[in-house]
Write a new protein. Structure first.
Length: 198
């Protein structure tokens, strides 16, 4: 990518096209409140696998379908899926509010998708993300928690949602998440108003 187009991409990374369909709450995450996170290891772009059942403190985990690449056009059928568009803006929003989220009580921040770690590592470097991305490419985490998924081009993807996990237990669920570029802001607002108990 040429330098000019790269900076144009970075400047527009939080923008979303107008007229995207709004996802509806179908109740697919209602069962998650108060749920214990299962003992599962997830590959991380940081190198060390992550097990949420063993992480102490408050964790913000946002699950997203998939990130694209700036040199690949977004297919129109992707935009037609409610809540599908906007993975890069969401990742960038959590990047931009990273310090504020930590100051508001988050001990750890992760993004998670079904893409493999190599693909995710490219996104971390290109978008300059200060937090790791985790890969659930075998869908073990999604299946264990019965997370909502959908099919696109014969690939199973996780619907967009955000979990607040306190010492291995789910304390808050954001679902559906829309618009995606306000996801981090909405999470921050909740953190500020719901400080973790010691």
């Amino acid at each position: 990518m040429e330098e000019g187009s790269y900076f144009c991409f970075m400047q527009n990374s939080l923008e979303l096209p107008a007229g995207l369909p709004v996802p509806e709450d179908d109740g697919a995450c209602n069962h998650l409140y108060g749920t214990r996170i299962p003992e599962l290891w997830l590959a991380s772009t940081a190198g060390k696998p992550v097990n949420f059942a063993q992480i102490r403190g408050r964790t913000v985990l946002f699950c997203y379908p998939r990130t694209g690449q700036p040199d690949q056009p977004v297919p129109p059928e992707w935009d037609a899926i409610p809540g599908a568009r906007g993975c890069t803006p969401q990742c960038c929003a959590f990047r931009d509010l990273y310090r504020e989220l930590l100051a508001a009580g988050a001990s750890h921040i992760f993004g998670l998708s079904t893409q493999d770690t190599e693909y995710q590592r490219e996104a971390v470097e290109r978008l300059e993300l200060p937090y790791p991305l985790l890969s659930d490419w075998e869908l073990n985490f999604a299946h264990a928690l019965k997370l909502p998924t959908f099919q696109f081009n014969s690939v199973t993807l996780i619907k967009r949602l955000t979990l607040i996990i306190d010492n291995g237990w789910i304390a808050k669920v954001f679902y559906p998440v829309f618009p995606t570029n306000r996801s981090a802001e909405q999470t921050l607002e909740w953190l500020v108003q719901n400080q973790p108990t010691s």
